[in-house]
Design a protein around this ligand. Structure first.
Ligand code: NAP
Ligand code: MG
Length: 486
């Protein structure tokens, strides 16, 4: 049964409001393309209202700014409790709007609740320090919230992305205007309602639905927005940094895509390596920024590995994401479906060997067969560009030194992995691979406690971890002149 959709308007100043233009857009269920809801479509005028509300809420005398840091933390702890209370509903809504399989939605919301609690606990641990400055001076630093933050979200993990960014900004004391992805606005709205219920004062959190080209651009160019945090494509990430530079030098955190290498050495236990590699690329329909989309397998085990990888892919159950038995649901929309099918065609044309999958399943919804290519080389498009779909590309290599250079020969640098029983291999690889995350004998694992972000074109800054609040804080140095003698 479809979950009840309670909210479809913008959330500004703790109220539900229509677009100034009166426009709406449709959000669809990827299972069959049916319309889930008509959602208010915001543009510059709505962003202006939301930023005004966020500015008011950021005023030094506002209710929000007057709270103790520990009280801010407590409101966020309340929010965690509410997300936990409504987790089943939120998960159903996520599956309905995004096509995320039930198991993944459950896992992500569990992770989300842990994330809120962890980040909330940092709210009253923002500390400056005293400085042994030259002269008869006493200096200390204060860390203060940067201001109104624009948070622009992708569609591939809507609940987690909303929570990661919003809670961090709030723990730091900022106020926010969120623009969810056009494909998946519904869970962001449900979470905004819970933030209000948790006790977040008006204007602190605002959500404006709409498209990147209109609402997103208005946010990134707004002179009263102090910071943008964005997760999505490299292409848009670059536009956002340009917008920041062209306007008021907004602080920018970018979490962008990847073409992440996973290396399987010939000493690896294949019964572990094959499922790790498969989950690394097929999880969430391949719609994962850290997807192991370049799988390097050492030549002496290559044929055996490929055979097992094909077998693994063939037992992946594709279907209704609401069922607990389903491993893989639909892609997010028709555009992405066609983009992925286009990459598969390119793979075939450029000489990669298609061993299983490669086709759309049925004609309703956006389902694609789990696809495995062997004999992929580094020059092929499928080895270079982010596919964001269930496509495994298996590439042969001979030595560790060779594969490190090949792994690094990309403009991306988000994640990497190695599967080996040799500690020296693992340490050598993790030291020399150019990526923000390295996994050894695992993949996709991570906690809220560990920093996350990319090298090179994969991003700017880090999210999560004990320093998660830093990108939302300014450092202020205060110096007091001390008299030499009293
Ligand atoms: P995208 O275009 O980068 O969108 C991400 C967010 O940015 C959406 O909210 C989008 O609005 C907004 N946006 C788009 N153009 C903007 C602009 N000029 N200024 C400000 N905001 C803007 O990503 P996508 O279209 O969803 O997917 C395209 C590709 O991005 C995928 O194939 C994948 O490779 C990559 N991607 C990566 C991640 C990741 O986790 N790193 C997540 C999603 C996608 P709309 O709602 O209008 O799109
Ligand atoms: Mg887009």
């Amino acid at each position: 049964m479809a979950p009840l959709i309670k909210y479809t308007k913008h959330f500004i100043d703790n109220e539900w409001v229509d677009s100034k233009s009166g426009k709406t857009f449709e959000t669809r269920n990827p299972v069959d393309g049916s319309v889930n809801a008509k959602v208010s479509e915001g543009d510059k005028l709505d962003i202006d209202e939301a930023v005004k509300a966020a500015r008011r809420a950021f005023h030094r005398n506002s209710e929000w700014r007057q709270l103790d840091a520990s009280q801010r933390g407590q409101i966020l702890q309340n929010f965690a409790t509410l997300v936990e209370r409504d987790a089943d509903y939120l998960n159903q809504l996520e599956t309905h709007d995004n096509g995320m399989i039930k198991l993944m939605a459950n896992m992500m919301s569990d992770f989300a609740v842990k994330s809120i609690r962890y980040i909330a606990s940092l709210a009253d641990k923002v500390q400056g320090y005293t400085v042994p400055a030259d002269g008869d001076n006493f200096s200390y630093t204060l860390k203060q919230p940067v201001g109104v933050c624009g948070l622009i979200l992708p569609w591939n993990g809507p609940i987690l992305m909303f929570i990661g960014k919003v809670v961090t900004a709030l723990a730091a004391g900022c106020t926010v205007v969120v623009k969810p992805a056009e494909q998946t606005p519904l869970t962001a709205l449900a979470l905004a309602a819970l933030l209000k219920e948790a006790g977040v004062p008006k204007g602190v959190v605002n959500v404006v639905n709409g498209y990147g080209e209109t609402a997103g651009v208005a946010l990134t160019h707004h002179p009263d927005v102090a910071k943008i945090s964005f997760t999505g494509s490299v292409e848009v990430g670059k536009l956002i940094q340009q917008a920041a530079g062209a306007t008021n030098l907004k602080r920018v955190t970018l979490e962008l895509g990847g073409k992440s290498p996973l290396v399987v050495m010939d000493d690896a236990d294949l019964s572990l390596a094959v499922p790790i590699a498969a989950r690394g690329v097929f999880a969430n329909q391949g719609q994962v920024c850290v997807a192991a989309s370049r799988l390097y397998v050492q030549s002496s085990i290559y044929d055996k590995f490929v055979e097992a990888a094909v077998q693994y892919a063939q037992q992946i159950k594709v279907g209704d994401p609401a069922l607990e038995t389903t491993h893989q649901g639909p892609q997010i929309d028709e555009l992405m479906l066609n983009k992925i099918l286009g990459y598969i065609e390119k793979g075939k044309k450029e000489g990669a060997k298609l061993l299983t999958g490669g086709k759309r399943i049925g004609t309703t919804g956006y389902f694609i067969e789990p696809t495995v290519f062997a004999d992929v080389n580094d020059e092929m498009t499928i080895a270079k560009e982010e596919i964001f779909g269930p496509v495994q590309s298996i590439i042969k290599f001979d030595t560790l030194d060779e594969v490190i250079d090949r792994a690094n020969n990309t403009t991306y640098g988000l994640a990497a992995g190695i599967i080996t029983t040799n500690l020296n291999n693992a340490l050598h690889f993790s030291k020399h691979v150019e990526s923000g995350v390295v996994w050894i004998n695992t993949y996709l694992m991570g906690g809220i406690q560990t920093p996350f972000g990319g090298f090179k074109d994969s991003g700017l800054g880090r999210e999560n971890g004990i320093h998660a609040l830093d990108p939302y804080l300014e450092v202020k140095t205060v110096t007091i002149s001390l008299p030499k003698k009293l």
